[in-house]
Design a protein around this ligand. Structure first.
Ligand code: GRF
Length: 211
């Protein structure tokens, strides 16, 4: 990884993780990092609004705008190249990235997942479904995972995890809120560690941090 992180954030929704990363950069907590671009497949996504409020390039790109997948991939690769991106940070992106893009940015794409992978990941495991499954299974611990992105959902190597207890009486909503608060610390911390060379995207080490 180049020592400077030129980041594209790609997301579909409210953008609270993006906001947390942005604040961490603004406060100097992620050295040599810069948000170059924000991309969303959803034109009304909060993540695009946040980007525009900070005068950052904000691009709406959805498969639906293109006649075929190749044209979509070309457009995505084009915009990432134009902004000299060397790290893609997925933050609530609800689609699978095209395989060609994953190959083009091998070991340069990360994601955050609201559970302790490899459990409670994969297709269909998103949003409240994750927390419902954790509670239904009787797990005593949940948390968040930052992982490298490969061609399978939630499958790439785990870069950083932080655990929290599942409390008696937790509902999916209360658990989701506490996990989200952890995500807002963990994602900037993972980026700091990548920027400082403490972790490498694509390595197989799994540092777990308990609160
Ligand atoms: C987070 O819970 C993240 O773990 C998951 O999608 C959600 C995105 O939330 N991948 P936000 O858009 O960052 O607020």
């Amino acid at each position: 990884m180049d020592s400077h992180l030129d980041i594209a954030v790609i997301g579909s929704g409210r953008g609270s993780n993006f906001q947390a990363i942005l604040s961490a950069i603004d406060h100097g907590r992620i050295p040599r990092a810069c948000i170059r671009l924000v991309v969303s497949n959803n034109s009304t996504a909060g993540i695009l609004e946040i980007a525009r409020d900070h005068a950052l390039p904000a691009v709406h790109l959805s498969q639906k705008q293109f006649p075929d997948e190749q044209a979509f991939v070309d457009a995505l690769l084009g915009v990432l190249g134009e902004h000299d991106v060397n790290l893609i940070v997925l933050a609530g992106y609800m689609k699978q990235l095209p395989a060609q893009l994953v190959r083009a940015y091998k070991n340069r794409i990360i994601n955050i997942h609201p559970a302790l992978l490899p459990k409670f990941g994969g297709q269909g495991m998103y949003g409240m479904h994750v927390h419902e499954a954790v509670i239904a299974s009787g797990e005593k611990v949940s948390g968040a995972s930052v992982h490298a992105v490969d061609e399978e959902y939630d499958h790439g190597s785990i870069l950083l995890q932080r655990t929290i207890p599942v409390l008696p009486g937790d509902t999916p909503e209360t658990l989701a809120a506490r996990v989200l608060a952890v995500e807002h610390q963990l994602y900037p911390e993972a980026l700091r560690m990548i920027a400082e060379g403490e972790i490498t995207v694509g390595s197989r080490e799994v540092p777990v941090q308990a609160l």
